[in-house]
Design a protein around this ligand. Sequence first.
Ligand code: BV8
Ligand code: ZN
Length: 243
Amino acid sequence: MSFSSALASAKQILDEADAITVMTGAGISAESGVPTFRGTGGLWKGKDPMTLATPEAFFADPDFVWEWYDHRRAELSRCAPNAAHHALVQLEEQTADFTLATQNVDGLHRAAGSRRIVHLHGDIFTVRCTDCGNERVDRTHGWSGPPHCARCGGLERPGVVWFGEALPEGSLEAVGEAVGRCDAFLIIGTSGLVWPAAGFAGLARRLGRPVILVNLEPTEQSSLATVELYGRAGEILPRLISG
Ligand code: BV8
Ligand code: ZN
């Protein structure tokens, strides 16, 4: 199928859909300047993020892991949503039943104006006390050591889901129900390697829902796609989702 006919068929699927579920990954934020998780920009002081984004790494050396998150928050403070994020806001406005599930912790979907978002892996601008669980928004950056809870003095951690940790209460159910209702499932900018988020494409396929995959290159989930669109999300989405 040529790109233009794939685009036309994906557009038709979305135009005819009353209920749409979207799953995004780090690739949708790449054009905003946010390094993808497995891309070249990944290493932090020679360490692989996969080894840092774990409770074991954090509790073994809170300062080192917090410095990585502080560095990412500082970088993110200079990043803005791109055309792909804005196209999804438009899609939400024109779709009766819309759910945006994101693996991203960068806050760019909310910044763009998306509302019906399920943050499967938490949010880098939320911090949570490891003792009393008190949670607060913290958009500051500038390294001065790990933050501590104003309520109990406990060590605070980034409000993200690390490898080996359960996803936020109810988030998997919410996305599973949305996929169960959807007329179309749109996957954007994810390598499809991280579970259980990666499982929703297979669920949509098993339920016989059209799966549209938008990515820079083929992924683990390409075989599940009804329509595959390869290229930059910032270029494809505005063409896919025009008014
Ligand atoms: C859990 C937050 C259980 C932190 C992240 C089977 C079932 C269940 C679990 C597992 C399982 N198998 C293995 C596991 C364990 C593990 C896992 O999946 N490991 C993998 C690596 C094998 N999963 C977990 O541990 C999960 N927890 O299962 O808990 C449990 C249950 C009950 C009780 C206790 C425990 C938790 C996973 C969450 C980890 N946290 N992030 C942080 O960010 O610091 S994951 C991290 O990876 C980010 O969130 C990121 O979004 C996510 C996924 O990566 P992608 O988004 O796909 O990014 P990636 O770089 O890989 O790909 C980007 C793509 O974009 C590329 O394809 C690229 O080509 C494309 N691209 C680039 N530029 C563009 C583009 N596309 C379009 N346009 C462009 N311009
Ligand atoms: Zn506390």
